[in-house]
Design a protein around this ligand. Structure first.
Ligand code: NAP
Length: 279
């Protein structure tokens, strides 16, 4: 009789990524009573293709993908619409023997907003700060949910213009120096820049100019409470933080690999918070 190994997924990155993903997936495996695993695999760029093509042979049911491989795996798999639009994939799985890829930052962002502020998508005008990789997932998600106007401000305006060219006329590039003028109309403000991150300067923004019913979302999760979120809460505004997005983006990969949809609970959040803060 041959023993079957429990299903396992991995995180492919280089160098070996310090990641909260093992903590999240091990928690769900335990909670759902699934015999399975999740490990970190340090894969240098010149070994990526071979590693991905032999993923199943190595015993993996799928993988997360992180820096610097998120763009290259698109060509090594069958990307869905989200991965193609974002131009990067972070999740691989097998469907009918074929290696597929998606970008779960899109639903991580959307589902976190749904959890923090149901009905947020009634907002007609949204202001997004930043035009890097995370902004692509955010803009794609906002358009998918029917937002009519996405104002996109970026320090390097050419990157905001490139996103507008790709996503169409609902995305309106804004000069970085001019975003303050749009604050009174922004029912949703999303920071996708790295400003406010530990070791970086804070975002210079007056939350007092936002509407009273605005929702403020920050993708940065180190620190958990960025200066932007602290100021928004002090003004009594609704907020959605980066850790919430991180937890929600992990749900789909787990479901695709292990066949059960896990929950983002207060218990999981406390576990990851303690890891982030070293508590
Ligand atoms: P990225 O592609 O490197 O983009 C960085 C963005 O920040 C660019 O728009 C850049 O503007 C802007 N920026 C950097 N320094 C700035 C400054 N001093 N002033 C104004 N703008 C500045 O990075 P990314 O992958 O999009 O990630 C951005 C942030 O989102 C990171 O903090 C990351 O940890 C976070 N994130 C969180 C999640 C989550 O699940 N919570 C998921 C993805 C990303 P320029 O174009 O002018 O350089």
């Amino acid at each position: 009789m041959t023993a079957t190994r429990p299903p396992a997924a991995c995180l492919i990155g280089w160098p070996a990524a310090h990641s909260r993903s093992p903590l999240i997936h091990h928690h769900w495996l335990r909670k759902l009573g699934i015999a399975g695993g999740y490990v970190i695999e340090a894969v240098p760029p010149d070994e990526l293709q071979d590693f991905v093509f032999r993923l199943a042979l190595r015993g993996f049911v799928g993988a997360n993908v992180t820096i610097p491989h998120k763009q290259r795996v698109l060509k090594l798999s069958k990307p869905d619409e989200r991965a193609q639009a974002v131009g990067a994939a972070n999740t691989l799985w097998f469907a009918d023997g074929e290696l597929c890829s998606t970008n779960t930052d899109v639903e991580g962002f959307l589902n976190n907003l749904d959890a923090c502020a149901p009905g947020w998508d009634a907002a007609e005008e949204v202001l997004v700060l930043g035009a890097g990789g995370a902004a692509r997932a955010v803009v794609f998600g906002l358009l998918e949910r029917g937002i009519k106007r996405v104002h996109l401000a970026n320090r390097t305006i050419a990157r905001a213009e490139a996103l507008a060219d790709q996503f169409g006329d609902k995305v309106l590039p804004v000069a970085w120096e001019a975003f303050g003028d749009l604050l009174p109309r922004a029912k949703l403000l999303v920071n996708t820049t790295s400003l406010g991150m530990h070791g970086q300067e804070a975002l210079d923004l007056d939350v007092g100019k936002l509407p009273d019913d605005a929702l403020v979302s920050d993708l940065v999760y180190v620190p958990l409470e960025t200066p932007l979120l602290v100021a928004a809460k002090a003004r009594g505004l609704k907020t959605a933080d980066g850790l919430g997005m991180l937890l929600h983006q992990a749900v789909r990969g787990f479901e695709l690999w292990f066949g059960q949809r896990p929950q983002v609970t207060a218990e999981l959040r406390a576990l990851v918070e303690a890891d982030l803060t070293g508590a």
